[in-house]
Structures are given as C-alpha cells and as structure tokens.
Design a protein around this ligand. Structure first.
Ligand code: K7E
Ligand code: CUA
Length: 672
C-alpha cells in the first residue's frame, strides 16, 4: 500500500477544514477565503465535517483550470456518449451517436448527421432507427494503452456499433452488424486497435426469412462473435477484413480482450446455456427460471489470431454479407473453447498484466479467476471435461481456475489499479469489494483476498478506474456507476437520476469524494483516460472542411464567393455564415424545387459557431468555425420562411437571419 502520503494530506486538509487549524494558521498557508473567513469557518458554516471539506478541496477545479481525466460514459437508452471531467465531474460534452441532437445539428437535415444515422439503419428493417441503447464505450489503444484517437460504442438494443472521432468529438460511422439482432459482448478493442469486438446478446434466427419458431431454438438460432477490422488511418470499420465466429445459441454477455500474456484471445461470458425460451402462459417454465437451472455456464475463449488465419484462408461461409467461420471449423481449428463458470455470471475483465480473467458471479458471491497460462496449457493438452451439445470442447474447470474469492452479494464488474488490486461492484450489496489479485499481480503473500468493502449509493452496475482497461492503470480515481440514487438528490419527479460517485483509491479505507446525478440517460460502462492523451483534438476546422473526412469540402467557399445557381428544379445556394449575417440572406424558390444549401462558416475564431434553422421544415444545423454543411430539401410547402441562426453568436445574433420564399405553383418568385 502506498496510501501514506495521501492519507496524511487528507488528514491535514480535514483538520484544516475542521477548524483544528485556526484562522491564523490557515492564512499562513494561503487559505484565507475571499470573504475573510478561514476555511474551517466556511466548513462549519456550511455544516461540512472535515472529510467532506477535504473532498470538496480535492475535487474542485477552478474555472480556467482543466480536469486531469476525461470520462467517456455510455448514455444508455439516450443513445449518446457523455463526457465528464475528473475529479470535478463536470459534464463537458454529450456526443450524439444513435439519437438525433438538435444543438449539434445531428439528424436534422444536414448531410453528415443524416448520412451517419441512415448508414446505421438497414432500410429492410423498421427504419429509420432513431435511438440506441449504448452500453460499452471502448477507447482505441496502442500497445495496450488508450491513445486518444477514436471511441467505439455498442447499441445493445439493435445490434449496432458506432465510431466517434476524438479530433472533433463527433460520431462518424454507425454500422448495423449482420446476424446481430441485439448486442452486448463488447465493445472492446484489441491492444493495438486491430479489431473491435461485438457479439450477440440474444441469439439470432439464421433462417432465410429471419423467422424461426422458438421450438427450433437449438437448431435455428445462433450467436455470433464479430471481429470488425479497424482502418489504422481513419479508425473506421473495414468490412472486407472483418469476420464472425458462429456460436451456440446461448446468451453471450460481457466480453473483454486479452492483453500482454493473453494477447490474441477474446473472452465472452454466457448464460442461458439451458437454451430456455420461456412460455410461462403455456405450461413452460418462466424464462428466468429456465435460464438459471444449470450450475455452470460457459466462458467462451476465442483465439482471434487463429480465427484471422482461418478467415484469410477463406474457410468461411457467407451469411447476410458477413464472412462467418462455422462452429465446426471454429472447433476443429481450435479457435473456440469453453470453460465452466458459475451460473449466470455477468462481467468478465482481464487484469492489466493479462494473466487473470475475473468473472463476476452475479448469482454467486464469488469472483472466479482464471489463469491464461493454465488455459493455454489445457488447450494444448486437450484437457477437456467434455463437450457441449454443439461439440465445443469444455476445458476441465480445476485445470484453469486459480481462485474463487468470496466478495459479497451480486458481484458484476471488475476494474483494476496499479498495485495489483481488483475492485468488483456488488449490485445486491450496493458496495465495491477491493481484493488482492494474486501472485501474478504482485500479491505473493496475501494471494487472492478480500481487503475491504466500500458502501455506495445504491445498486452499483459498472465501475471504472483511471486508465482501468489498459496495461497500466493509474490507481487514483474510480467511479461507481450506481443505478439508483433514491435519497441522494432532491426529488425531481418520478424518474430518478443515476448516481456517479467518485472514489479516492489512494486512501485506506476507500473514500467517496462526490455524488453526481446523471439525469439524461442510464450509463452502463465508462472509460477514464488521462486528459493529456487527447492530443489530436482540434478546436477549429481548417477553412472549408468537410467534417466527415477532415478534408476540404468540394462545396466550400470563401467570403466573396457566395452564389446561387439554378439547374432546372435544383437550386444550389453557396452561402457563407459569419458574425452576424448569412450571404445571401434571401433565397427565392418555387414549390417543387429542391434546395441544396452549401453553407460554409468562414470564421476561424474558436467558439464562433453559427446555427442554421428553418422553421416548419425540421432543419437545424450547427456550423462550427471552418465547417461546411450541406442540406438538401424538397420544397413541398409554399410559404415565406424566416431562416435564422440558432446559436447566440454575437451582439447582432438576433439580426442573423434571412428569408426563403417558396412561391406557390403559378406564382413567379419576386426575384430570380
Ligand atoms: Cu453490466 Cu450492459 Cu455492461 Cu449494464 S451491463 S450494468
Ligand atoms: Cu450566428 Cu447567431
């Protein structure tokens, strides 16, 4: 433990704020408040004890100063990604991903937003999809460390995955993955961003029509582990080099990538290996009971490097546009193995050294720890205790399991620090268990042992430590992602916010530093990256940029090049936006015309964003400095519409408006 200095610093702060150090002492330390009172006086006036006052001082980030970390949180059914600063827990940004966002002009008529959202909607299905259920953000990595380039996130509801570029914090691609109706297992990226992984949650019918009766669950439904190749330059999904591995129709749950000693492997938990399908009204067992009958489910162990070889050798079948490695090939090529895991587990997390796979028991009070060396040996020796109904070999449990650590009720997810400790969320206990992670994580004396339990408020799902999924976590901060807040915040109606609690990892016992209500969606997982790793982030686009590819747009203009060109019924308007006007500020058109607006924000000043809104036409764009936005709209309604800048950009912002005349049939527009 190296908590010594932090503990004494905390004690000093606590004493100071608790008034033990009198006003004179405080001012000698430079802690004289502007109101003339000492810190102890402020603390007692506000009813804060020493611990609370210390927590306030440790998390306060003055305006103009920056947080040490960025946290990228999934937004649950909001479909978005939330970005916070740590330790302040200030909300810095919401990145719209699966759900339109008016402020950022995402999904309200602009080419970029529409292209991304529509690209992720299969027209053959119920479309357009306008929401997602984001669960697991995955930052891109180089050599097992976050590299600050891209972020990926899954849509649990619709079996999709999205990519956002951290240059401009905007979503660039959504991909509707074939053969995945829903998804959970992932995403994670492999240590050099070779692949991003995503797998099915509920298995998918693989019949031609997409229909199969539930009575044919075992025969006609399958799971799929998807390995999407990432373009090393753009971070986009490279479908031509992506593949899937066919899996039995179990419910594949959380997943993680191997690293260092386990590099080349992927791990997926499963439940419902009973293949229960419910039927509670027709004499069957309720789904919940049927899917918890077995004592063990199967940890899926996938050798993705072997799978890559098999894929490259062409030993695949085509299924709905994906190259799929059939299950029998996955077995014969030793790509897929199972290991028993206590029934209905939830999280699987690989520790920073890559040696241990930690499985959260959910219904079992233990974390089960598997060792990659033992797994490799068991695979090499074909040390099997049997096969599953589909012929997948099951490694002998005793040969691969190194520890079962009793942690408490409802263990779900595990994160790690820099000292070989693991932190597991306990949903049922509303607590976090800190435990030592055995010899290969440096705990030769204490082995695998529960160290302490920290109560959190309440019903914790995921947790997230600083740089927690990398090969070198930082070990200073952790966030508890609590599903229920109950009494932690004042009542705001019947739907309560979630509660993010920031935890100081450097103290013994662990301390909660702050509570942050999350009132705009239900985050599942988050990742915390050191802020100084976001070296690629820009604040202004180069003049005339198309944000989809960061290249000059063919529609860009400079000030003075504005023009209107009519080609039959197509009216092209090359418009500039700058404080505080649009040029042109009048457009004359006729019903039945298609208006093509090509708008360039010709400014290069940080923060000089303009909006562009047209009433009644559902059009709203955000034009960041240097950005080019294209809007195509069929003018199907006559009227004289006042377009306006929707971003308060300048003293004459309210004057930044203009007119679009859409003359009815038979009426000649006033000009043009
Ligand atoms: Cu546990 Cu979707 Cu990661 Cu929620 S999952 S908590
Ligand atoms: Cu431009 Cu308001």
């Amino acid at each position: 433990m190296s908590a010594g200095p932090q503990v004494s610093r905390r004690a000093a702060l606590g004493m100071l704020a608790g008034g033990v150090v009198a006003g004179a002492g405080a001012s000698r330390l430079g802690f004289q408040s502007s109101s003339g009172g000492d810190l102890g006086g402020i603390a007692s006036e506000r009813g804060l004890d020493g611990q609370q006052a210390a927590a306030a001082l440790e998390t306060y980030v003055p305006g103009g100063s920056y947080d040490e970390y960025f946290v990228f949180a999934s937004g649950g059914h909001s479909g978005q990604i939330f970005v916070f600063g740590v330790p302040s827990m200030r909300l810095l940004k919401v990145i719209p991903v699966f759900t339109p966002d008016a402020w950022q002009g995402y999904g309200y008529g602009t080419d970029q937003g529409n292209a991304v959202l529509e690209g992720g909607s299969d027209p053959a299905k119920s479309n357009p999809l306008r929401w997602g259920d984001t669960h697991h953000p995955a930052l891109s990595e180089t050599e097992g460390s976050y590299d600050g380039r891209w972020i990926y996130i899954n849509d649990r509801a619709n079996g999709r995955i999205a990519m956002a570029d951290l240059r401009d914090f905007k979503c660039k691609q959504i991909f509707d993955i074939p053969n995945l109706q829903t998804s959970h297992g992932g995403c994670f990226v492999t240590p050099n961003s070779e692949y991003v992984h995503i797998s099915t949650m509920t298995p998918t019918p693989v019949t031609e029509s997409g229909y199969a009766p539930l009575s044919r669950y075992k025969e006609d439904f399958r799971g799929f582990s998807t390995w999407l190749k990432l373009d090393p330059e753009t971070g986009r999904f490279d479908l031509g080099n992506s593949f899937q591995i066919e899996l039995p129709p179990y419910t594949q749950d959380l997943a993680d990538a191997g690293k260092l000693t386990s590099f080349g492997f992927g791990f997926i938990n499963s439940y419902n290996t009973e293949m229960a399908v419910g039927g509670d009204m027709t004499g069957g067992q309720p789904l919940e009971a049927g899917s918890t009958a077995n004592d063990y489910d199967f940890l899926h162990i996938i050798d993705w490097q072997k799978a890559e070889e098999v894929f490259k050798a062409g030993n695949t079948k085509d299924l709905n546009g994906m190259k799929v490695i059939p299950m029998d090939v996955a077995v014969s090529e030793k790509i897929l193995h199972f290991a028993p895991e206590p029934r209905n587990p939830h999280g699987i997390d690989v520790n920073p050294t890559g040696d241990y796979m930690c499985v959260g028991g959910k219904l079992d009070p233990h974390a089960s720890v598997y060792d990659i060396e033992l797994i490799k040996t068991a695979i090499a020796n074909e040390d099997y205790q049997g096969t599953d109904p589909f012929g997948v070999p099951i490694l002998t449990l005793e040969s691969v399991l190194v520890a079962q650590v009793e942690l408490g009720a409802g263990p779900l997810h595990t994160q790690f620090d820099d000292k070989g400790y693991a932190y597991t969320s306990l949903f049922v206990d509303s607590a976090i268990a800190k435990w030592s992670l055995g010899p290969k994580a440096g705990h030769t004396d204490d082995g695998f042992k529960l160290v302490e339990t920290l109560p959190v408020q309440y019903n914790i799902g995921h947790l997230c430590t600083a740089e927690g999924d990398t090969v070198s976590p930082d070990g200073n901060y952790m966030i508890a992602l609590n599903k229920w807040s109950i009494d932690r915040f004042p009542p705001v109606g019947t739907l309560h916010p979630q509660n993010f609690q920031l935890v100081d990892l450097t103290t013994t016992p662990l301390t909660v530093l702050s509570d942050t209500p999350i009132g705009m969606g239900e985050p599942h997982y988050t990742q915390m990256i050191k802020a100084d790793k976001l070296v690629h982030t820009i604040e202004v686009y180069p003049p005339g940029t198309d944000p989809m590819n960061f290249a000059p747009s063919e529609f860009a203009i400079k000030a003075g090049e504005e023009r209107i060109e009519r080609q039959g019924k197509d009216l092209h308007v090359y418009m500039s936006a700058m404080r505080s006007h649009y040029t042109p500020d009048q457009i004359q058109a006729k019903v039945g015309d298609t208006l093509h607006l090509h708008i360039t924000n010709v400014e290069q000043t940080i923060d000089a964003t303009h909006g562009f809104a047209i009433p009644q036409y559902n059009i709203e764009a955000s034009l960041d400095p240097g950005e080019v936005v294209n809007i195509d709209m069929l003018l199907d309604r006559a009227g004289t519409f006042a377009m306006y800048c929707s971003e308060f950009c300048s003293a004459l912002h309210l004057e930044m408006q203009g007119w679009i005349e859409v003359a009815p049939q038979g009426v000649t527009p006033s000009v043009g």
